[in-house]
Design a protein. Structure first.
Length: 265
C-alpha cells in the first residue's frame, strides 16, 4: 500500500500554485474568455461610462474631468494594446519573429495599466462609497495581469530568435507603444486647438465648417469642448454667442446652455 502511495506521488507532481498557473504556457479556455473580457471589453465599457476621469459625461457629476489632457494618449495606448492582444490570441504565437515585439507592447501595457490603477485608486474608493460605480476604477489592475501574462508568453514564444534580436524587438515594442500615442495626441490637440480658436475668435464663415470637421472626433476630444462652453459664458457679443452655441450643437449634439448650467452647479 505504501509503495502504491509513493508511486502515485511520483507520477503526479504537485499542482502549480495559482500565480504560477497565470503565466503557464498552457492556456485554458476560461482564461482566454477572461482575458478578452478584461483586456478588451471591460476597458471599452470603462471608457464609455467614464464619469469624470478623462471626460465629463451624462453618467458623471457634471463637473470637469480630472485628467482631460491624457484622454487621447490613454485611448490610443489602450487601443493598441487591445489590437495586439487580439492579434496574439488569433495568431496563437505563429508570428515567431514578431513575438518579442508583441511581448514588449503587452508588457508595457501591463505596467501602464497597473500605474493607472494606482493613480485612480483614491477616486475609485471615493466613488465606490458614494455611488458604487467606483468599483470600475479597479479594472486596470485586472487588465494589468492580462497584458503582463500574455506579454510573458509572447516573450517565451520568441525564444528561438537570437538574443540580440529578441531584446531589440522587446524595446522597440515598448518604444512604439509609447511614442505613437504621444505623437497622435499632440497632433490631435493642435488640430482641435486651432479649430476651437476659429470658432471662438476667428472667421465666423469658417466656424460651422470647422465644427463639422470636429464632429467625427468629438468622443476622443470631448474634454476640449468645454472651452466652447466657457467662451459662450464669457462672450458678450450675441451674434458670436449664437455662433458658438450652433457649433457646439453641431459637434456634440447637445445644448450648450445645459452644459453651462451643469458646470456651474
Amino acid at each position: 500500500m505504501y509503495g502504491t502511495i509513493l508511486q502515485t506521488e511520483i507520477l503526479e507532481p504537485p499542482k502549480p500554485r495559482w500565480w504560477s498557473r497565470q503565466f503557464d504556457d498552457k492556456v485554458p479556455r476560461p482564461q482566454i474568455v477572461f482575458d478578452i473580457v478584461v483586456g478588451v471589453i471591460a476597458p471599452l465599457l470603462c471608457f464609455y461610462f467614464d464619469p469624470i476621469i478623462f471626460k465629463s459625461s451624462d453618467f458623471g457629476f457634471g463637473g470637469p474631468a480630472l485628467f482631460p489632457g491624457y484622454q487621447v494618449v490613454v485611448y490610443t495606448f489602450s487601443a493598441l494594446q487591445m489590437v495586439v492582444l487580439c492579434l496574439w490570441y488569433l495568431s496563437g504565437g505563429a508570428f515567431r519573429s514578431w513575438n518579442p515585439l508583441i511581448a514588449g507592447i503587452l508588457i508595457c501595457g501591463g505596467i501602464f495599466s497597473g500605474v493607472v490603477g494606482l493613480v485612480l485608486s483614491p477616486f475609485s474608493v471615493f466613488g465606490m462609497m458614494l455611488y458604487g460605480i467606483g468599483i470600475f476604477g479597479f479594472t486596470p489592475f485586472f487588465t494589468s495581469v492580462v497584458y503582463l501574462r500574455n506579454g510573458v508568453r509572447a516573450w517565451r514564444a520568441g525564444s528561438s530568435a537570437p538574443a540580440l534580436f529578441r531584446t531589440s524587438s522587446l524595446f522597440l515594442g515598448i518604444l512604439l507603444v509609447v511614442i505613437i500615442p504621444l505623437i497622435l495626441s499632440a497632433q490631435l490637440h493642435t488640430f482641435v486647438d486651432n479649430s476651437l480658436n476659429i470658432i471662438i475668435r476667428g472667421d465666423s464663415r469658417k466656424a460651422l465648417a470647422v465644427a463639422q470637421q470636429l464632429k467625427p472626433i468629438n468622443y476622443i476630444a470631448s474634454s476640449e469642448m468645454d472651452r466652447l462652453v466657457l467662451a459662450y459664458m464669457s462672450e458678450r457679443d450675441e451674434a458670436r454667442r449664437e455662433l458658438i452655441k450652433d457649433c457646439y450643437q453641431e459637434i456634440t449634439g447637445e445644448n450648450i446652455e445645459e452644459r453651462a448650467r451643469a458646470m456651474m452647479d
